[in-house]
Ligand binder design. Structure first.
Ligand code: ZN
Length: 543
């Protein structure tokens, strides 16, 4: 626990991974939570839809929690909230757009009825326990993103959230350089800064270039245009709407999250959509293909998203027309590369042409590149640099940049999730580790069975055997075996039947022993033959 003059900084997620971002700032009496996000699982986590941080530490220290402050409305920063509210219920703070996206996720949740929602903007100044907070507008791939200044008893801490310095953004002003510089002038103890693109040299691409490229490509095309992007990339959605308008095309939306986000953004004035150009998706096929743009989800190859379904011929309302041009206006989040590549291959197979980054710039990252990260460090001139948000290679390269900017190596801290950084007037040191880890979500529910992952993996790897034997007057008969996911099932089941019959022929054994022996013999059979171990269910029916 932090003593009077200490501030602890703990990441419960976002270190060594891209997502699940959650940072705790703690003093003796108060805990402030910065963001609460989700992470996409690796492909081998069968049955897991998303991952959220383990918040055992927060539950233990519930009474100290003053608020969760959200930097922006991306899933990797807000997505965990609907699950966390089952255990903690602090006031929530964020911009109008961020909070509207959060509210939308909390709809219909009985435990989220009394949530205390507070709207802030870059001019807000709030007091949460002993912390005073100020905010600064930053460019990112969603509007209404904020960096946060946290004034504590021992000094100022800055959390950048996700940011970039776009000199020519569209639809929103540049990152507020003056304010960041002013914060820097006042003296900053620790900078917690986004590391996602720390390996990328130079400056990130301006959103204006993406807009120009997409617009030119659409102008030259005489085919149907399909564009997949993140449903929260509201500025990108706006460009595409404007491009549709300029090229006299109608636009349709495909994908629940996209439609929902667009509705929220239109309501708040972040998207302007002339009514006459919007058409329902079902009508898109009645309009000349060269007069249509379909905006869709699925830029990450997500199984249930529109573009993925379309690429596999499983979309209910659409199919690929040979000659379609598909823009993937996003880059794969680390871990999603295989699913995205698979989607692209399927699209080509169906006769579409795919345009993605690498061919031309149709996506700009929302995260600072090295030169922008250097600028952030130079404007703030923190005593301590704490890289956040990223795999360890990203954190490492961010630390290297800090070193080049003149921050002493001993003042740069690469930490793991759960590491408690203790900041005091004596300096910064790594203290004890707090409980942290992954909570898995399946079908919007927290998976509370510790064996879930193990069982799903076993099912996927080895399959299932269901054995039914009838026992009538001390005689075993009607041996029936069903299998799922077994290789060569007919041949193997014939062999297994012989094994079982041998066990059953020995009538001196009781049922318990028979089941045990059958299981063990089948286990040996599969282990020796395939080095695998299917699930075995044995039912003995007494007649
Ligand atoms: Zn973001």
């Amino acid at each position: 626990m932090a003593n009077k003059e200490n501030i602890s900084i703990i990441s419960l997620g976002g270190k060594g991974e891209v997502g699940k971002n959650m940072i705790i700032i703690e003093d003796q009496n108060n805990i402030l939570i910065l963001d609460a996000g989700t992470l996409f699982p690796d492909n081998d986590l069968t049955g897991v839809d998303i991952i959220i941080p383990d918040i055992s530490y927060l539950i233990e220290n519930k009474e100290k929690i003053r608020a969760i402050v959200f930097s922006h409305g991306h899933e990797d920063h807000i997505g965990a909230i609907k699950y966390l509210l089952q255990y903690i219920n602090p006031p929530l703070y964020g911009t109008d757009l961020t909070m509207a996206l959060i509210k939308d996720r909390l709809n219909d949740l009985s435990y989220a009825k009394n949530v205390n929602i507070n709207i802030i903007d870059e001019n807000s100044k709030i007091k949460l326990g002993d912390f005073q907070l100020e905010f600064c507008h930053v460019n990112h791939s969603i509007p209404a993103s904020l960096a946060t200044l946290i004034k504590s008893k021992i000094g100022n801490i800055i959390y950048t959230g996700d940011y970039k310095f776009d000199q020519t953004p569209i639809n929103n002003p540049q990152t507020n350089y003056q304010k960041i510089a002013d914060w820097g002038k006042k003296g900053v103890l620790a900078l917690l800064a986004d590391s996602t693109n720390a390996e990328r040299k130079g400056h990130s691409l301006s959103e204006r270039i993406v807009k120009r490229n997409i617009e030119e490509k659409i102008k030259l095309s005489e085919q149907r245009i399909l564009i997949a992007t993140f449903s929260t990339n509201i500025d990108r959605i706006q460009h595409i709407i404007e491009a549709a308008h300029k090229t006299n095309r109608k636009i349709a939306f495909s994908g629940y999250s996209l439609q929902k986000t667009a509705k929220i953004a239109i309501k708040l004035g972040y998207i302007s959509l002339p009514e006459e150009i919007l058409i329902p998706l079902a009508e898109a096929k009645n309009i000349k293909k060269e007069k249509t743009i379909i905006l869709m989800t699925g830029s990450q190859g997500e199984k249930r998203a529109s573009l993925t379904k379309l690429s596999r011929g499983a979309h209910r309302e659409l199919e690929i027309i040979p000659g379609d041009t598909v823009f993937i206006s996003a880059t794969p989040i680390p871990g999603n590369e295989i699913s995205v590549a698979d989607t692209i291959n399927q699209l080509y197979k169906k006769g579409a042409r795919v345009i993605c980054n690498g061919m031309m710039d149709v996506h700009a990252s929302g995260h600072a590149y090295q030169e922008e990260m250097k600028m952030m460090i130079n404007l703030i001139k923190p005593r301590y640099l704490i890289p956040v948000h990223g795999e360890f290679r990203h954190l490492y390269h961010h630390a290297q940049l800090g070193k080049k900017m003149g921050i002493p190596v001993e003042n740069i801290f690469i930490t793991d999730n759960g590491d408690k950084l203790e900041l005091s007037s004596d300096g910064l040191k790594i203290g004890e580790k707090v409980k942290n880890g992954n909570i898995y979500i399946n079908n919007e529910e927290i998976i509370d069975d510790n064996n879930f992952i193990k069982e799903r993996k076993k099912l996927a790897k080895s399959g299932v055997l269901n054995i039914i034997v009838t026992k009538e007057k001390n005689k075993y008969s009607n041996l029936n075996i069903e299998s799922k996911g077994l290789s060569n099932p007919d041949k193997n089941i014939t062999e297994i039947k012989k094994l079982i019959q041998k066990v059953l022929d020995n009538r001196n054994k009781n049922i318990k022993d028979i089941i045990k022996e059958i299981t063990s013999r089948i286990d040996d059979f599969f282990y020796n033959k395939y080095f695998s171990s299917p699930y075995i269910f044995i039912n003995i029916l007494n007649i």
